[in-house]
Design a protein around this ligand. Sequence first.
Ligand code: SF4
Length: 372
Amino acid sequence: MKAKNAKVKKPASKAKVAPKKTNKKVAKPAATKKVAAKKVVKAPAKAVAKKVATKKVVAKKTVTKKAPVKTATKVVNTNSQKTLEASLLELIRVTSTVIPDDVQKVILEALEREEKNTTAEYAMNIIKANIDLAKKKSQPLCQDTGTILFYVSHPVGFEQSKFTKLIEKAVVEATKKGYLRQNSVDSITGQNSGLNIGPGHPSIHYHEHAKNTVEVKLMLKGGGCENVGAQYSLPNTALGAGRDLDGVRKVILDAVYKAQGKGCGPGVLGVCIGGDRGAGYIESKEQLLRKLGDTNSMKVLADLEKEIVETSNKLGIGPMGFGGKTTLLGCKISALNRLPASFFVSISYMCWAFRRQGVELAANNEIKKWLY
Ligand code: SF4
């Protein structure tokens, strides 16, 4: 069963946040695009209306409404597409350069908890300074802008292939503007096209939902933290981990222990119990889309999440493995059904540079609401 955010705080309005995080250099073209876009919509609409009016005067009975309507629709669609490209580009910019509010909150709380004048406090202060600087300058939070993972929730009848093309266009544009590093290489030849486009990249996951709106979430997942992800098959005799929740707890803590000094902690875990190997990893990553402050709707998993964070933070691994009280910032767990023959535990590790954002699009494809 997929864990759900039971009581999620109201998302902070990015109408408020977006201007704050806007770097003047970068924001200008985006703002200009929006203004230009509005003009394009209005002008043709008026022109069309005039045409219709003129035709009515000249030959009232012979005028059919079909032709003008078709023209108007075409113009609106083209404009709408440009608006969508601009919205996707802005989503990428914000995701790459601004840490989400819920993540920043737990980072600041962790900084307060660390003892003064320790390496741990120093490391957390560097992280805080990095976050502030990236937002102020509208520059990537980390030089590794990571694997690009889109999660698109859409209504029935949505054109996925068209949307995919626009996402790819926005990714190329974001790469040119420096919001994304040229980060995608051919796995056989090692060649880098410099565009961040290729088989499986960006990775786009579509979900049909019952709402009329389109929601686009984006996660940028760094390579260092991806490398310390792990998948266990229970039972694991070396760890004394059986096919039960205690066995699950043991293997998760083993993954935390093995990740020490790697993956740029403090980190956040996304965990899936069960599923097959592929579904387990996908689900574990999707757990990272949950807000850090939420509570798992399944009490048994909520308790396990809490226990994993508390126990991990007593291990003394600390930020970047320097020692200290903060090894994990959060842990999110869900469960999928499995075959009786298999019991996988899949763990995705996210570094402190936890980049994920999301937007709800308006009918004209402008950003209506920020989701984190
Ligand atoms: S693991 Fe995260 S913080 Fe570390 S280099 Fe990669 S993206 Fe950056």
